[in-house]
Design a protein around this ligand. Structure first.
Ligand SMILES: Nc1ncnc2c1ncn2[C@@H]1O[C@H](COP(=O)(O)OP(=O)(O)OP(=O)(O)O)[C@@H](O)[C@H]1O
Length: 259
């Protein structure tokens, strides 16, 4: 990763101490123990209290003005969704701490913990630990966790929000096995069954590609959790979403057959 990008980010962050956590397609993720509103002398010494800074660097391949507008728009849009989610008790997402939309910066709560191999506790990495051992891959704990993840997605959709990039890397487990959704950069408000079905399909594909041996069970448990949060009148809505999900899967299968 270019040092210039990191220096650029630091210049907007008043040179606070940050560590790079990841560089994705869209943003660089930093971790820090410094809270944005407190003086730097009061950085949290406790390892357990960390913050995430998501920085969308300028994209030099885009026209400068267009790039600035896009970055600002995406940063604000992600912040809005995070803010909205703080009012939906049933959906777990990082709390928004601060936003500097002009510079493409979001501060948020740090979620998750380090697994034994030092990877972050995303659903993908967590399930990976069991990939070569059926006795660990199909336990009640895995089943309960996947149902909990499914419930989170169900609650998100019940509130007419769609994630837009629902991979197993964008689901993080906390130490007490609570599932959190992250990366709302492509999220939107939507009442369309199609959008919800696509979220489910994207997750199904992610599970299939990283955990092929157990993907049937894993997706079954995710869908059981998902379905369980729709009750009474909402069951009709659930049926429509699941019907659309079957259509999306069929389209996906046809596409892969045709190459
Ligand atoms: N709140 C958070 N707490 C802990 N880790 C986080 C948090 N937000 C992001 N991360 C880490 O940073 C990674 C990338 O974050 P995010 O998906 O938001 O950025 P992105 O640029 O959209 O990445 P990608 O293009 O890979 O989807 C996550 O997979 C996760 O490991």
């Amino acid at each position: 990763m270019s040092d210039t990008i990191i220096e650029n980010a630091k210049s907007h962050l008043r040179n606070i101490q940050v560590t790079v956590v990841s560089q994705g397609a869209e943003a660089i993720i930093f971790q820090t123990t410094q809270h944005p509103y407190l003086p730097s002398s009061i950085s949290t010494s406790s390892e357990s209290l960390k913050f995430i800074i998501k920085y969308r660097p300028p994209k030099t391949y885009r026209h400068r003005t267009l790039d600035q507008q896009l970055t600002k728009h995406r940063t604000i849009s992600e912040a809005r969704i995070l803010q909205k989610l703080t009012n939906i008790a049933e959906v777990n997402a990082p709390s928004l701490i601060a936003i500097d939309s002009r510079n493409g910066i979001l501060w948020m709560e740090h979620i998750g913990y380090e697994l034994a191999n030092k990877d972050i506790s995303s659903l993908k990495n967590w399930l990976w630990q069991f990939n070569h051992d059926e006795s660990k891959a199909l336990t009640n704990e895995v089943q309960d966790t996947l149902r909990a993840v499914g419930r989170q997605i169900g609650e998100l959709h019940k509130n007419d929000l769609v994630h837009g990039d629902l991979t197993s890397s964008n689901i993080i487990l906390s130490e007490n096995s609570k599932a959190f959704l992250i990366d709302f950069g492509l999220s939107s408000q939507s009442t369309l069954n199609e959008d919800k079905a696509v979220d489910l399909y994207v997750l199904e594909r992610a599970i299939l590609s990283t955990h092929p041996l157990y993907s049937y069970e894993y997706n079954k448990w995710l869908l059981e959790g998902y379905s369980s949060v729709f009750s009474g009148k909402q069951e009709t809505k659930l049926k429509e979403i699941l019907r659309r999900y079957e259509d999306v899967r069929l389209r996906g299968r046809k596409r892969s057959m045709l190459g």
